[in-house]
Design a protein. Structure first.
Ligand code: XLS
Ligand code: NI
Ligand code: NI
Length: 431
């Protein structure tokens, strides 16, 4: 045991607590035939909680964690503290990038060796813990070698380095029995067209993703390959802008049956959508996979990765998750970080506890709205005409037939209320 979280007791469900506890998240509560823990499938993000030093564009590190530094001993200390936090929070999952868990070496081989040593260390820790791996991923954006992209880099050596890195991260994810493998584009985009061969870069990214899928099948990895869309950051123009853009990309490279989406709240907002829009679209396209739960600051206009704290917003998101049939391999990953003034170990625990409670409240509201059924009934009624024989026949018809029919039958559509306020009032009864 380290003493990092000294004096902080393990969290439990205590609805009347005024201290740090779960007031809404009861992992064992059964909703719709499944325990809440199995519905929500919470995960801690290793990078924000243990690797991020608290910098912003105007200042460097504010956190002074005892594991900061470049040695393997410190990397193991970081892992020890991380698993202590997973236990305190009783979270079923965690997620990592290679760069979060091992110090970078002088060569590819040295970094890889350190990474594999840490993966084995994780393996040992996981034997003594309930926490499993929701997903692994490669950090192909922090080091300066990736400044012009990874798969989309004008330099083929960076493509090669990135492919080798993803191969090894997939091996490690497979070894730890991870449930998914995530690819977030990072710097797969461009700053200026003046130095960019857009067509070539997209081809490179498409081939790279095909290789990841080929390799998944080669090693028999049963988890899902997830792409995480994000607009504008870090590259000004990202090839993976949003769900719709990524779907077009998957279609172009024949990957729509192979790859699903990891949708992040903050990224949806940056793209000018709502979280629930991105979720509903992915579901409609058959590519919904998992979520990164966080929240952006609505004024600053960038990806602030705050912990979620808006129950109505979260409820509408989980409503779409439930309408999609819930998670299979996916889950709720807190891709969220503390504010840089939140220095204390207790801040880290409180942030996650609060976020888990916000999600639990949102989820329960969503489940109750679905169970109540009024919203779905009203939605179905709105499209009722399409279920009639006339409605169904219309889509099998053609312009000429329809034109003749409109005249012959004297078709004369009457506008009907969309009932938005009434529907919003219904939602308000649950949140
Ligand atoms: C960054 C992304 C990143 C991915 C994993 O904005 O959200 O954290 O989830 O690489
Ligand atoms: Ni993000
Ligand atoms: Ni993310």
């Amino acid at each position: 045991m380290t003493d990092f979280f000294k004096g902080i007791p393990a969290l439990s469900y205590d609805p009347d607590s005024t201290d740090i506890a779960f007031r809404h998240y009861n992992p064992d509560e059964v909703i719709g035939g499944k325990r809440m823990e199995e519905h929500l499938r919470f995960a801690v993000a290793y990078w924000h909680s243990f690797a991020w030093p608290g910098g912003d564009p105007f200042g460097a590190e504010t956190f002074e964690r005892p594991w900061f530094g470049d040695t393997m001993d410190l990397a193991r200390l970081k892992a020890d503290v991380a698993f202590e936090m997973f236990d305190l929070l009783n979270v079923p999952f965690f997620c990592w990038h290679d760069a979060d868990i091992r110090p970078e070496g002088d060569t590819f081989a040295e970094s890889l060796h350190r990474f594999q040593e840490m993966i084995d260390y994780f393996g040992e820790k996981m034997e003594a813990s309930k926490t499993r791996l929701l997903w692994g991923t490669a950090n192909l954006f922090s080091h300066r070698r990736f400044m012009s992209g990874a798969a989309t880099n004008p330099d083929p050596e960076v493509f090669a380095w990135s492919a080798a890195t993803v191969k090894n991260c997939m091996d490690a994810t497979h070894k730890l029995q991870g449930e998914n493998y995530v690819l977030w584009g990072g710097r797969e985009g461009y700053e200026t067209l003046l130095n960019t061969d857009l067509r070539r870069e997209r081809q490179q990214a498409g081939r790279f993703l095909q290789m990841a899928v080929e390799y998944k099948h080669k090693i028999g990895f049963k988890g899902a390959i997830l792409v995480e869309p994000k607009p504008q950051e870090p590259s000004k123009h990202q090839y993976d802008f949003d769900v719709a853009t990524v779907y077009g990309f998957l279609k172009e490279f024949g990957l729509e049956g192979e790859v699903q989406m990891n949708i992040e709240q903050g990224h949806a907002i940056l793209a000018g959508h709502s979280f629930e829009h991105e979720l509903a679209l992915a579901t409609a396209l058959g590519i919904f996979g998992s979520i990164d739960m966080n929240r952006n600051d609505y004024q600053s206009g960038w990806d602030t990765d705050q912990f979620p704290n808006n129950v109505p917003e979260v409820a509408l998101a989980y409503y779409e998750v439930l309408r999609a049939g819930g998670f299979t391999t996916g889950g709720t990953n807190f891709d969220a970080k503390l504010r840089r003034q939140s220095l204390d170990p207790v801040d880290l625990i409180a942030a996650h506890a609060g976020a888990m409670d916000v999600c639990a409240r949102g989820f329960k509201a969503a489940a109750a709205m679905l169970e109540d059924g009024t919203l779905e009934k009203m939605r179905a009624a709105r499209y009722g005409g399409w279920d009639s024989s006339g409605g169904k026949a219309l889509l099998e018809s053609d312009f000429e037939t329809i034109a003749a029919q409109v005249e012959a039958d004297g078709i004369n559509p009457q506008p009907r209320s969309g009932r938005q306020e009434i529907l919003e009032n219904i939602v308000n009864r649950f949140v």
